[in-house]
Design a protein. Sequence first.
Length: 201
Amino acid sequence: MDGIFFYWLSWMGWIVATFLMPKTPRRWKVAAIILISILLSGMNMHMAQFSCSYTALFLVGVACVYASGYSRFQQLYYVIVCGIIIIAYAGFCLLELYDPVWIFIDRKWILTGLILYICFMVIKDAEKRFAAIILGVVGGDFLYAVVIRDIASYEVGSLRTLDVLATAVGAMFIWEMLVYFSAYLDLYVLKSHRQKQSTYK
């Protein structure tokens, strides 16, 4: 069922943001973005030959507002990175369309692995990775829609696409939490070791 991963992971993310994150303005922003994304997921905008979900448009707007705070050089680098993700996403979708026999694993997991690999290779900052995932997935979906416009109608940001987006963002979040707890554990072990050394002295 298309959309099950998007709704499940979105509600999980909203619960984490609302009840577990520190009470800061960032917490309310994240919770609001997730909740608005869920509410808009059932609505589409039709324009010429294309149809696009309001959730995709909303998330792209949020990512662009976030990226507007970068320096000129960072914005240029960000455009290049997002372009790489867009081409990789659209290329995979075209391969899936014209030669599906090679796709023997669920597309969500292949695309998630591909997107995360690119992000880890070229982006160091965690927040920038999240924004790049949004722009890359939605941009890649749009490019795919442009390529096949003469073959079939296609909805940009459909629930199928949002499943990929939610899976990639969720996997990235889990990775960042593992990195955080690993650093916290290393600090705790180092602190305990120093306390033992001071006790022996």
